[in-house]
Design a protein around this ligand. Structure first.
Ligand SMILES: NCCC[C@H](NC(=O)CCC(=O)O)C(=O)O
Ligand SMILES: NC(=O)OP(=O)(O)O
Length: 315
């Protein structure tokens, strides 16, 4: 594998899920791969899980790790071509990415959607410019439209916990007061569509995700209908794709409650975290034995370790 930016960079989702599970069972089996190799982790946005799980995975593979909060610790970067740089941004991505590529064998980048210009976000400007100018493999640690490290961990978790061959998986919107990116939801849909799970999306009107990501997935505007008989309830808030970046409703009726979970087939509650208790989900759901959010977060190590292993093997 050359890069881990989107699904086009990999050959087989089930194979990567298998490799993630194998690494969980035997974390240090590929320690020789990363000897004398350095990974640089670049964060344009905050993180808890991604930051620590990626460091842990790299250490498990014997790598050296350098972490930088871009902007806060470095110069502000300019991504536009052909501009006269007479404003706040001191360095262009062309030099910055190329220089970082001199120091690191692999770069991993987090850069969320700005939610202002839909085309700019969906062109994946930041990650694609790193791909173009760094000269080394790039790992996506959540970009404007995707979060593949999360989605791989999510599939590893579902594979570990499923009790039927073809579980019913529901991706449901839940309320939040801030405009959040569509990345986690887009990505989860894209990855689930590479499996043969039964898949349904529930969201209020005006919140349909981009057809490019959800393809022909059944979308319902009635949460209870979607929850009936579900084996996994994957909860996430996202801002509107159609009315780009807007919060159209904060309807508390979309919050995940024990009453709604009771409609499922002993369904497991999933969320990528961080989650706002009380707002998106009732404490009783998050604290119940059917909540698998901690196991899911734990699997972030094996997900990024699987991607990194494949990249190191191809160096
Ligand atoms: N990486 C996990 C999700 C990150 C981000 N959530 C957030 O920004 C939540 C922030 C808050 O609740 O204030 C998102 O939705 O894409
Ligand atoms: N789920 C996830 O990516 O968490 P962080 O934003 O804390 O890294």
């Amino acid at each position: 594998m050359k890069h881990f930016i989107n699904l086009n960079d990999l050959e087989s989702v089930p194979e990567l899920v298998k490799q993630g599970r194998a690494l969980k069972a035997d974390p240090f089996s590929f320690q020789h791969l990363g000897k004398n190799k350095t990974i640089g982790l670049l964060f344009f946005n905050s993180s808890l899980r991604t930051r620590i799980s990626t460091q842990k995975a790299a250490l498990n593979l014997g790598m050296n790790v350098i972490v930088m909060n871009v902007g806060a610790d470095s110069w502000q970067l300019e991504f536009e071509d052909g501009v006269i740089m007479d404003q706040g941004k001191a360095e262009h991505i062309k030099e910055a990415a190329a220089v970082l590529g001199q120091y690191c064998d692999v770069l991993a980048v987090r850069a969320f959607a700005e939610l202002k210009d839909r085309d700019a976000d969906y062109e994946e400007t930041v990650l694609e410019k790193f791909r173009k100018y760094a000269g080394v493999p790039i790992i996506n640690l959540e970009s404007a439209t995707r979060h593949p490290c999360q989605s791989l961990a999510d599939l590893i978790t579902i594979e570990e916990l499923k009790v039927v061959e073809r579980p019913k998986v529901v991706l449901t919107w839940a309320p939040h007061f801030k405009p959040l990116p569509q990345a986690v939801a887009n990505s989860f849909a894209e990855w689930v569509l590479k499996t043969d799970y039964e898949f349904v999306i529930a969201n209020p009107e005006g919140y349909d995700l981009s057809p490019e990501y959800i393809k022909n997935t059944k979308v319902v505007h009635n949460q209870e209908e979607a929850f009936a008989g579900a084996d996994f309830i994957y909860t996430k808030n996202w801002s509107s794709f159609e009315h780009y970046g807007q919060v159209l409703t904060q309807d508390p009726a979309w919050r995940i409650t024990p009453e709604k979970m009771a409609l499922t087939n002993n369904g497991k509650f999933m969320h990528c975290l961080p989650v706002r208790r009380g707002l998106k989900v009732a404490d009783e759901v998050l604290d119940s034995p059917d909540s698998v959010v901690i196991q899911q977060a734990g699997n972030r190590v094996w997900s990024v370790q699987a991607a990194l292993k494949n990249i190191l093997e191809a160096l």
